[in-house]
Design a protein around this ligand. Structure first.
Ligand SMILES: Nc1ncnc2c1ncn2[C@@H]1O[C@H](COP(=O)(O)OP(=O)(O)O)[C@@H](O)[C@H]1O
Ligand SMILES: [Mg+2]
Length: 243
């Protein structure tokens, strides 16, 4: 369980917080769609949950432990995998090498300079198999299609054996069909492994296919939090006022 307690983010030099004091609870295994117009604070929220951005105020509590010490932070980071829009793969490296990067959090920095163990390689191959890319393991990532690269991104996240996946507009650069396929795959894998997923999506229709719960932000504030079926037109116009 992840608890945000009055978590607030104000960027240096900014006059307004990008994330107003926000309290949310995410239960294990929940599939959450994060909605909001551009600039609403979706990326800020996801990064604050992973502590890539240190909150200005408030705290993050994971399984009753406040994430404060370096040790709790390292453990939390290891348990939470990120997937980005620009998949952030090393394009010159093979798909397998990219997936192995997901194991890095398990090593001390010096150890990470040396070849990974056989177990790690086998596990990385298994993760590629789960996203349907075992036959592309040795292909350079740069030679894969956008959809395949995003699936490598999923495999890399899985290789981390995460409890939580935080995905920031993971399908923004994919066409509608590839987007649907990627989200269906992510949904299936998260369900199978009991992974909590918080996924920001730029399209309501995609969120409706993926998520069980929707959290919507507007100007740094949660304006909707509830089950998918409560997201009606009136509430949508609250989230996207210009529509
Ligand atoms: N690194 C940053 N420094 C200063 N302001 C930022 C930074 N990143 C985002 N912002 C501001 O914070 C607000 C929320 O941005 P963001 O979280 O990226 O929204 P979204 O992901 O929903 O588009 C915006 O007003 C944006 O301009
Ligand atoms: Mg964003």
């Amino acid at each position: 369980m992840i608890q945000l307690q009055q978590l607030t983010v104000t960027y240096p030099g900014a006059t307004q917080p990008a994330l107003l004091p926000t309290s949310l609870i995410f239960q294990s295994g929940e599939l959450v769609g994060l909605l909001g117009a551009s600039g609403a604070g979706k990326s800020t929220l996801l990064r604050a949950i992973n502590m890539l951005i240190r909150p200005t105020a408030g705290q993050l509590v994971v399984n009753d432990q406040t994430i404060k010490s370096a040790r709790s932070l390292q453990q939390h980071r290891r348990n939470s995998a990120m997937i980005f829009q620009q998949h952030q793969l090393l394009l010159q490296q093979s798909a397998l090498q990219n997936v192995l990067l997901g194991r890095l959090g398990y090593y001390r920095s010096l150890r990470s300079l040396f070849p990974m163990s056989k177990e790690d390689k086998e596990f990385a191959l298994y993760c590629l198999e789960r996203v349907g890319l075992l036959d592309k393991a040795l292909e350079r990532a740069g030679r894969l299609s956008g959809g395949q690269q995003q699936r490598v991104g999923i495999a890399r996240a899985l290789a981390q054996r995460p409890k939580v996946i935080l995905a920031d507009e993971p399908v923004a650069s994919l066409d509608p069909l590839a987007s649907q396929q990627m989200l269906a795959l992510l949904r299936k894998l998260c369900k199978e492994d009991g992974i909590t997923a918080i996924v920001s999506l730029h399209q309501v229709v995609l969120a409706k296919q993926f998520a069980e719960r929707i959290v919507a932000l507007s100007a740094g504030e949660v304006v909707f939090d509830g089950p998918l079926n409560e997201l009606d037109e009136a509430r949508l116009s609250n989230i996207y006022p210009q529509n």
